[in-house]
Design a protein around this ligand. Structure first.
Ligand SMILES: [Zn+2]
Length: 366
């Protein structure tokens, strides 16, 4: 279906076509990064990273969903990441488990409905799974089943299972989603060592997920664009289903391929000498780098695209524009022609422009 028809459908307020139809027609953008954004703003604690803000400031959660849609996200992903039994127990709020999940889904559903975007449920790594620990598998199943159940009650369009670094855990999550009958987007957080924690390559893990019925497989979180792209190429070649890529917006390298492994020679005073997770600022990708990632991933055949922890609306807009979109936020995309020092507009003071030409020259200025 052409993009124009999709937009027309969304505008008439009819139920938007589903995820798989949209993927067949073109790219689907899913903004993420809620935990890091609210941590930066001071509404959520680094460490446990539990989204208590859903209950405490639903207005802000709704606002960030709207910011991301404004910037080009086609999906509103309910903020239920780490809102599961094990994490809530860790912060002493297990009694709020159902309430927080239903609230997150209600907020996301409200925004999706009013903007014609897709509503996604979200489940994630349990933090208690052990590959050779059958009791933990039982606990993980319970965690997945209860969160999937609440997502189904909220009538989500599809469910994302994300940030798994054990294939086995991802497969358990997928089983739970498949039982719900909803389309499943399964993304892995691929470890620094170059193997899943239970041994698979990224391509093999994705193949196993496809074999078990995932509709979309791929990667999210952990790695920046530079160390995500080569893996997406391998995954794309290994599977027939749609592929997803949602890197973190940080400048990871082959030597330090994940944001947890980055080191900052520019600042020696960090606890544990580790910028992750709250001192990653010097590594943030600019919007041009995110645009380049979007184009390169699209050229590989990756259709489900996003940016994970660290993302801001400017990254999402850049990604959307790189894919040929003009989201509402594009109205305010930069126009340097009117800048007082670097512009070209005839109404600007010419002596300012001359001043800038003299004083802001650098080696790369033409
Ligand atoms: Zn992330």
């Amino acid at each position: 279906m052409p993009a124009k028809t999709l937009i027309a459908k969304a505008k008439t307020g009819r139920k938007p076509v589903g995820l798989l139809e949209r993927l067949a027609a073109g790219p689907v953008i899913c903004a993420e990064g809620y935990l890091f954004e609210f941590e930066r703003r001071g509404y959520l604690q680094a460490g446990a990273y539990v989204p208590e803000i859903v209950l405490e400031r639903p207005d802000l959660v709704e606002g960030l969903h709207r910011d991301f849609v404004h910037a080009g996200s086609d999906v509103v992903e309910a903020f239920t990441y780490y809102a599961h039994r094990a994490k809530l127990k860790m912060v002493g709020r297990e009694k709020d488990l159902e309430k927080i999940n239903r609230a997150a889904l209600r907020i996301a559903a409200k925004v999706a409905k009013s903007t014609g975007t897709l509503l996604a449920g979200d489940i994630c790594n349990t933090s208690i799974y052990g590959a050779a620990d059958p009791a933990s598998h039982k606990q993980a199943r319970r965690i997945f089943d209860e969160q999937v159940g609440w997502a189904v009650d909220a009538n989500v369009d599809f469910i994302v299972g994300e940030t798994y670094s054990f294939t086995g855990e991802a497969l358990l999550a997928l089983e739970a989603i498949k039982r719900s009958g909803k389309p499943a987007v399964m993304t892995l957080s691929f470890p620094r060592e170059g193997r899943m924690r239970d041994g698979d390559t990224a391509a093999d893990a994705c193949k196993r997920l496809e074999g078990a019925g995932a509709d979309v497989v791929g990667l999210n979180c952990a790695r920046g664009p530079a160390t995500t792209l080569p893996l997406l190429r391998e995954i794309r070649a290994a599977v027939r289903c749609h592929v997803a890529g949602a890197p973190v917006p940080y400048r990871t390298t082959p030597a330090e391929p994940t944001f947890q492994s980055l080191t900052d020679p520019g600042y020696p005073g960090l606890p544990d000498n580790r910028p992750f997770p709250i001192a990653l600022d010097p590594f943030v990708c600019n919007r041009f780098e995110i645009a380049e990632f979007g184009k390169a991933a699209w050229d590989l055949g990756v259709r489900y695209l996003g940016v994970c922890c660290g993302a801001g609306p400017h990254h999402i807009r850049s990604l959307a524009e790189a894919l040929g979109r003009q989201p509402p936020a594009s109205r305010f995309s930069p126009d340097m022609s009117k800048h007082i020092l670097f512009g070209t507009d005839k109404r600007l003071r010419q002596d300012y422009l001359e001043y800038a030409r003299r004083n802001y020259r650098n080696a790369r200025t033409p």
